[in-house]
Design a protein around this ligand. Sequence first.
Ligand SMILES: CC(C)(COP(=O)(O)OP(=O)(O)OC[C@H]1O[C@@H](n2cnc3c(N)ncnc32)[C@H](O)[C@@H]1OP(=O)(O)O)[C@@H](O)C(=O)NCCC(=O)NCCS
Length: 298
Amino acid sequence: MVSSELVLRRGHYSDLTAVMEIWYANETADDPQPPARPALLSEYPHLLDYGDLWMAERDEIAVGFSGAAPRGETTFLTDLFIDPRNHSEGVGNKLLQQALDPYPRESCFTVSSSDMRALALYARYGMQPLWPNFMLHAHKLVPGSFAGHGLQVSQADPYDPEYVGWDAAASGRVRPQDIAFWVEREDGVSLWMEQDGERIGYAMIRLRGGSIWQHRAARLGPIGVREPGHATAVLMAAIDWTMQHTQHLRVDLLGPHPGLATLLASGFRINYVETLMMAGKNPFFDPRCYAGSGGALF
Ligand SMILES: CC(C)(COP(=O)(O)OP(=O)(O)OC[C@H]1O[C@@H](n2cnc3c(N)ncnc32)[C@H](O)[C@@H]1OP(=O)(O)O)[C@@H](O)C(=O)NCCC(=O)NCCS
């Protein structure tokens, strides 16, 4: 029975234990042998520093949270999680509005889980489902199987305005704070990819970008190019570089990305499929030219 009043308020550092409990309860709900609950995911302090965290409470007990990361002209809904004991009571809808209503409607986008309630709430908010987002992983790739890309790979300065500019062009958002987060918190390494002396792409490889299920995995992304014709070679070069460091890899690709078939034919497996949903009429990035960062920042 729903009795007491729902209170929405801004989240603080002191809320992060409750945030982790609600996140973990949802993420491991169908897992017969769930991994241990981490004390904290570093993306939540980052969200507090560079975005909005909203809490929903009843009787001063947290029942859900939402998050938004405004970057330039865009607003990414980073999180929407309700305590499973309070699902389908209207809390998610209120937290969604609280997170996104302060921003222009056409700036809003997210990647939805397969939860029908999430898909319905986002569509009703005006975000159209545009593309599937394949969450891929690999841990037994054949050594050298991604070596034939023919590109020169070199380390980039992640704070170089040119690197930030390439990421802004590919992702549709200027976000040096997120690039610094990946470098400082997830051992991110920035790369340039060149072909015959011409720069054709960039990548961020996060060597400590694992999940609670895949601790040791490196996370590839963001990875971007300016021409769709370069997307597969740059992706392969990023995978080849990462394989020098670890055999456990994670990368997310949107349905139209030209490299999707190559990866699936070369040992990558699909973990989960999300749906990218966007409110504006014109997508502000090209899904053929951009592989997102995964996690809560896309
Ligand atoms: C998804 C989630 C955040 C939604 O929050 P919630 O509080 O449970 O949802 P609400 O009660 O506010 O709204 C759900 C709406 O979906 C509608 N809905 C439910 N099933 C539906 C279906 N199969 N088709 C269409 N609409 C559906 C409901 O009718 C309801 O709308 P209404 O209140 O106007 O009737 C919550 O269920 C959750 O935490 N799920 C697990 C984690 C998750 O996947 N989060 C999304 C991350 S992207």
